[in-house]
Write a protein that binds this ligand. Structure first.
Ligand SMILES: *Cc1c(COP(=O)(O)O)cnc(C)c1O
Length: 421
């Protein structure tokens, strides 16, 4: 064990760590819910020795759960062989990963990959690609995204992100981005003309609460962008790499570019921008974009191992079957108003604004879940989650919702019944 310092320090309890966190970490995330010290499979353990079933997977990241032996071995082997080289050089792992991703995406000749370290960075590269899709004759400066969109937090990615609370403190953002009404095909086709450089879409909006686009939307976007000469760019940072039970949620509609990150490295930071066909990759010429870490051999080896385990264990079939089971059973739970999503990306609307209280009650009961809004929960578990593990959550959920509803209810005025009608 090389992380003896962390292990030794783990002898401290959560309270001490949280105190030290507060005095040393920037407050952008608020106070962390727990201090986690180890994980194995779909379970993690906190600094007080309590275990949790992880139904969030580090926000759709831990595709293989925690400490998966094949991922650990691949990273160890690559790191002990060649850890980092800069992009003055390449490595077999980087080339193999690019080829593998293009093959999985069914990419036609001329398709290319740019590696980054996160979803935001992959989208930032896509934003620059979009800016380069200019045409002196038409101007072609507009970039379209959707209401509810989340594409990241750096300035370019933030310009694509819709949420006013994220945007407003950082005005002025890079210009030219317009947000269209969510899921409105007519609004989209009306907006896309020769002044549009690119349209950015999440096939399913994850951060907005697992919002599904209507049937035919991606196809309509493909048609409209193709005839206007605009790029169609799918942000599959959250939905890609098996999360929805297929390699990509947009399967069947080929965009001009696609971004990936979250699940791709199984927990090691890696992002990718894929461009499809002969045209788009040439928009970014030598020297126009770059990165120090992007495509480094360790991240590439982690992604290759993740993809290889997903395939060899037929985990996409598990995501489809167990996801369907979980969603169907969730929809039958008292207090659940609606269940949305695909595979292991599941949004749950409750019948009242007690989602944050539900997250807290679930933690108490030993389950990690997430809320994306006052009445909406999200599950994005490791793709190795079994039906039996999912069943333990389903069994516990009625009690969790009961506790959450009580905790979230306004405190009744006690000690008097005066004034009651
Ligand atoms: C998480 C997310 C991002 C940002 O990815 P980071 O790795 O956090 O930078 C971008 N787009 C979508 C759809 C996401 O879910």
């Amino acid at each position: 064990m090389h992380n003896t310092e962390a292990r030794h320090a783990a002898a401290q309890g959560s309270a001490e760590w949280l105190q030290r966190y507060d005095s040393s970490l920037m407050g952008v995330f608020g106070t962390p819910q727990r201090v986690l010290v180890s994980g194995s499979g779909c379970y993690v353990e906190d600094a007080d020795g309590k275990q949790y079933l992880d139904l969030l997977g580090g926000i759709a990241v831990n595709a293989l759960g925690h400490a998966h032996p094949e991922l650990v071995a691949a990273v160890q082997e690559q790191l002990s062989t060649l850890g980092h080289v800069s992009n003055f050089f390449t490595s077999p792992a980087q080339v193999l990963l690019a080829e593998r991703l293009l093959a999985l995406a069914g990419a036609p000749a001329g398709s290319k990959v740019f590696f980054a370290n996160s979803g935001t960075e992959a989208n930032e590269a896509a934003f620059k690609l979009a800016r380069r899709n200019t045409d002196p004759a038409t101007g072609r400066t507009r970039i379209l995204a959707l209401d509810g969109a989340f594409h990241g937090r750096t300035m370019g990615a933030l310009a694509l992100t819709a949420k006013p609370a994220y945007r407003e403190p950082f005005q002025p953002l890079p210009g030219g981005v317009e947000h269209l009404p969510f899921g409105d095909i007519a609004a989209l086709t009306n907006a896309v003309d020769e002044s549009v450089a690119a349209v950015f879409l999440e096939p399913i909006q994850g951060e907005a609460g697992v919002r599904m686009l209507p049937e035919g939307y991606l196809e309509a976007a493909r048609e409209a962008t193709r005839s206007a000469g605009a790029l169609l760019i799918f942000d599959e940072v959250q939905t890609g790499v098996g999360r929805t039970g297929t390699w990509f949620a947009s399967e069947g509609v080929l965009p001009d570019a696609m971004t990936l990150a979250k699940g791709l490295g199984g927990g090691i930071p890696v992002g990718a921008l894929l461009t499809f066909g002969e045209g788009p990759a040439n928009l970014l010429a030598a020297g126009m974009h770059g990165t120090t870490f992007g495509g480094n051999p360790v991240a590439a080896a982690a992604a290759l191992a993740t993809l290889s385990v997903l395939e060899s264990r037929d985990l996409l079939a598990n995501v489809r079957a167990t996801g369907e089971f979980l969603s169907r059973r969730l929809a039958a739970v008292d207090g659940v108003a609606e269940v949305r999503g695909s595979g292991f990306l599941i949004g749950i609307d409750l019948d009242g604004p007690f989602a944050p209280a539900t997250v807290a009650a679930a933690l108490e009961a030993g389950f990690i879940i997430n809320s994306t809004g006052p009445a909406t929960l999200r599950l994005a578990p490791p793709l190795i989650l079994t039906a039996e593990q999912a069943g333990t959550f389903l069994d516990a959920l009625p009690g969790i919702l009961h506790a959450a509803r009580a905790a979230a209810a306004p405190t009744p005025i006690t000690g008097t019944t005066e004034g009651k009608p």
